[in-house]
Design a binder for this molecule. Structure first.
Ligand SMILES: *Cc1c(COP(=O)(O)O)cnc(C)c1O
Length: 444
């Protein structure tokens, strides 16, 4: 397994993250356990911020909180100077509760409810990324009723397909997200918004996909967006002060993945925007981006305890852990690949090839196929790396499993940032209608 961030193998031959022995963490907090390397999260934030500062351009780096949205993470994003993207009332609530400055919050989503729009207006967040006409008019009416004005970006689909897994491409024309540039609906959205005094047009937003390993898609999107901005300026007389090129910067899940240094994505994007807008003699806009996965992905490691195993002679050996698709649905959803190691015997030689199964009642509940490990035993601690993004945030209670705890480790200290769920968390919201309650047995 590739060791990310502060991860090392310590003198005891065990995995250590943020100066904390992984086996001790598993003992203390129980498994499954999400462990986050705080230093690495901060390093990733700084890589983006410093790359932008070096350009001298105006910018905002908004952490796409859907990748991992808990109060402690919102605080780190704030401390590192990032803005924050939310896509639901629950994420907005989490950010506000963590004290995140509302003016630096951006609200996304293709079906914001009337309640969510009210909540965003009441909180006076920085901007709403408008996705469709229904929302544009709902926002306008709601803002008018409240005597408020809201900044907006228009989410446009530039018709760029990023080279990535089909399920996570969103820049192409046939998608539920955004206004299409090609068919004129993006242009119409701006023209109609100009008539709405309670929305203030900031600019356009494009997000072309996820886990992208090359800069070409971003360059192409920048071209389409710049061309669109120029058309709008010429025909409607509006100059956008902001261009947002979204997130999707790839990370290294497995050995074969070859992501670019984060600064390289920033350089490509800023250079493209600078050149394109100069060509149109267009005032240089602020550039915003929205990394999610690349901020938290490789900072997360999930610890499991190994339990049962099953050997099918001539076929394979299944080794089961005490979590699975409930804490990491990505292998089942996207066929995502992960690396792992035995945290308690990290230096022992490889002795067997096993496939790691979760404990849920689904044949598809597999975490890793054909993983090379030392001879495994029940009680071993398995560490799966790169689980920081879209694991906790996509976790479920399938089979009524309790969602794991989350700890942040740094300089030898481990802090619980989400406690493990209890049975009360799992069943305590259930209600029994009177007619289904067990009647006391009558004495005869
Ligand atoms: C999901 C999403 C992001 C973040 O994507 P990552 O792949 O996690 O960087 C950014 N912007 C929008 C609009 C998104 O939907």
């Amino acid at each position: 397994m590739y060791l990310h961030g502060t991860s090392v193998i310590n003198k005891a031959g065990r995995l250590e993250i943020g100066g904390c022995d992984a086996v001790e963490l598993a003992d203390k907090f129980g498994t499954p356990l999400y462990v986050f390397d705080e230093e690495l999260i901060r390093r990733r934030c700084r890589e983006f911020m410093e790359a932008f500062r070096a350009t001298g351009m105006k910018f905002e780096v908004a952490y796409a909180s859907k990748a991992f949205c808990v109060m402690a993470m919102c605080r780190i994003a704030e401390e590192e100077g990032l803005s924050l993207d939310v896509v639901s009332d629950g994420e907005l609530y989490t950010a506000l509760r963590a004290g995140f400055p509302p003016g630096r919050i951006h609200f996304h989503g293709n079906n914001k409810t009337p309640e969510e729009i009210e909540m965003a207006l009441d909180a006076k967040i920085g901007c709403i990324v408008v996705d469709n006409f229904t929302e544009l008019y709902l926002l306008s009416e709601t803002a008018k009723a409240k005597g408020a004005v809201m900044n907006v970006l228009f989410r446009v689909t530039p018709g760029v397909e990023a080279h990535t897994h089909e399920f996570i491409s969103t820049g192409q024309t046939d998608t539920k997200f955004g206004f299409d540039i090609g068919n004129g609906s993006a242009f119409r959205s701006v023209r109609e918004a100009m008539e709405l005094p309670n929305v203030r047009i900031l600019g356009v937003h494009s997000h072309i996909g996820s886990q992208i390993f090359e800069v070409d898609g971003f360059r192409l999107a920048a071209e389409r967006v710049a061309e669109f901005a120029q058309t709008v300026r010429q025909e409607l007389g509006i100059t956008f002060p902001v261009i947002n090129l979204g997130g999707g910067f790839g990370i290294r899940y497995v050995e074969e993945d070859r992501p670019l240094p984060l600064a390289q994505y920033v350089q490509a994007i800023t250079e493209a925007i600078r050149t394109l807008f100069a060509r149109y003699e267009y005032p240089l806009p602020e550039i915003w981006i929205e990394p999610g996965r690349s901020i938290v992905g490789d900072a997360g490691t999930t610890l499991y305890t190994i339990g049962s195993s099953k050997t099918i002679p001539g076929v394979r050996k299944y080794v089961s852990v005490d979590g699975g698709m409930t804490d990491n649905p990505r292998p089942a959803l996207y066929d995502a690949k992960y690396e792992a190691m035995l945290a308690n015997r990290a230096l022992e030689p490889v002795e067997e090839t096993v496939s790691i199964a979760g404990k849920c009642c689904e044949t598809g509940d597999m975490l890793i196929w054909d993983l090379e490990l030392p001879k495994t035993q029940p009680g071993d601690t398995l560490a799966v790396s790169c689980t920081g993004a879209y694991n906790y945030s996509m976790a479920s209670n399938y089979n009524r499993l309790r969602r794991p705890a989350v700890v942040f480790v740094k300089d030898g200290a481990a802090d619980l940032v989400v406690r493990r769920e209890t049975f009360e968390d799992v069943a305590g919201k259930d209600l029994l209608p009177e007619r289904l309650r067990k009647q006391p047995v009558a004495n005869s």
